[in-house]
Write a protein that binds this ligand. Structure first.
Ligand code: ZN
Length: 319
């Protein structure tokens, strides 16, 4: 029986998994990402780790159908190249596919990391079995992947950049140069930004305000934890965050009407309080027929979404 090899390349670690053709993880391991020297050791280290671990698990390249990978940066999935992955040190074009295929003799497929996580959630997670899924990941930034009628969409190259949906034309300045992108208010740093702004203008008693006034660190997790405890300012921050994300979800759903919008990433660890607040505004702003046919769900696969989606990249080429 053939296996799939999935890789989730990130700025601190590269995660690997060997999976069955049905998407069950059989083996998992990870290595540190060496970002020194413009990241030029990253691919050689990945190749070495693949060869070593196939050997450890008694597999030859004949047992593997192919290798899939999710990567940060601008990925050309057709050419198999990555450019501008600054958290890896990759400023110039990296011929990832050529390097890995030459060293392993296995077919290799690559896509953007958020797209790959979307494929994972759609294959084995919250969007399992559905043809139309929008995946939003709320981490340091906001990313996403859009699956329409079973296919991941790339558009003219940059489709699915959900973090740059405009939710406030006069809003905060985004890293992309525009104002009011979803990422400026719905990422981990965006939630903190809202909390800091609210604590400046709000005179109400609040633990968040105390933390800010004492110069203590405020994180997205602290904001959601305090909201769960009923802290008034934390609740206002969560409410404003939910308006922005609810508007974005309603607008996306009006275009694509997916079965599911799946919310993942570190911020989504806040859980049901996040989902139900975003849903409240989604239901307020969405086109009526969309309200009942598009469901908002929390991601289910956590850190495994990347390796599972990467394995799907391989499988998708054989079905
Ligand atoms: Zn932006």
């Amino acid at each position: 029986m053939k296996r799939l090899l999935g890789i989730d390349l990130g700025g601190t670690t590269a995660k690997f998994a060997i999976l069955t053709l049905e998407g069950e993880i059989q083996q998992k391991w990870s290595i540190k990402t060496d970002v020194t020297n413009d990241g030029k050791n990253i691919i050689p280290n990945i190749i070495e780790s693949i060869l070593q671990n196939l050997n450890v698990y008694g597999l030859s390249s004949n047992d593997v159908l192919g290798i899939g990978m999710g990567s940060p940066g601008a990925v050309d999935s057709k050419k198999g190249t990555v450019i501008g992955a600054y958290n890896l040190g990759w400023k110039t074009m990296q011929p990832v596919k050529d390097q890995i295929e030459a060293a392993t003799g296995l077919p290799f497929f690559i896509d953007n990391d958020a797209n790959v996580a979307a494929l994972g959630e759609r294959w084995k997670g919250a969007g399992e079995g559905e043809d139309n899924v929008i995946f939003v990941t709320l981490g340091t930034g906001v990313g996403g992947g859009v699956i329409v009628e079973g296919n991941l969409i790339h558009g003219a190259g940059a489709a699915g950049e959900l973090g740059h949906i405009n939710v406030d034309p006069n809003g905060y300045l985004c890293t992309c140069g525009n104002r009011g992108c979803l990422e400026t208010v719905a990422s981990a740093t965006g939630v903190v930004r809202l909390a800091l702004d609210f604590s400046k203008s709000d005179s109400e008693e609040s633990e968040i305000k105390r933390l800010v006034d004492d110069g203590k660190e405020v994180t997205a997790k602290i904001v959601f934890d305090l909201a769960k405890q009923g802290d008034p300012l934390a609740l206002k921050v969560v409410d404003q965050f939910s308006i922005y994300l609810g508007v974005a979800c309603a607008n996306m759903a009006s275009i694509l009407n997916p079965e599911s919008i799946v919310i993942g990433g570190g911020v989504s660890a806040a859980g049901e309080i996040l989902r139900e607040n975003v849903e409240k505004y989604f239901l307020q702003y969405a086109f009526p027929p969309v309200k009942t046919s598009t469901k908002l769900k929390l991601a289910q696969l956590g850190n495994d979404a990347g390796v599972i989606g990467a394995a799907w990249l391989v499988k998708a080429n054989y079905i």
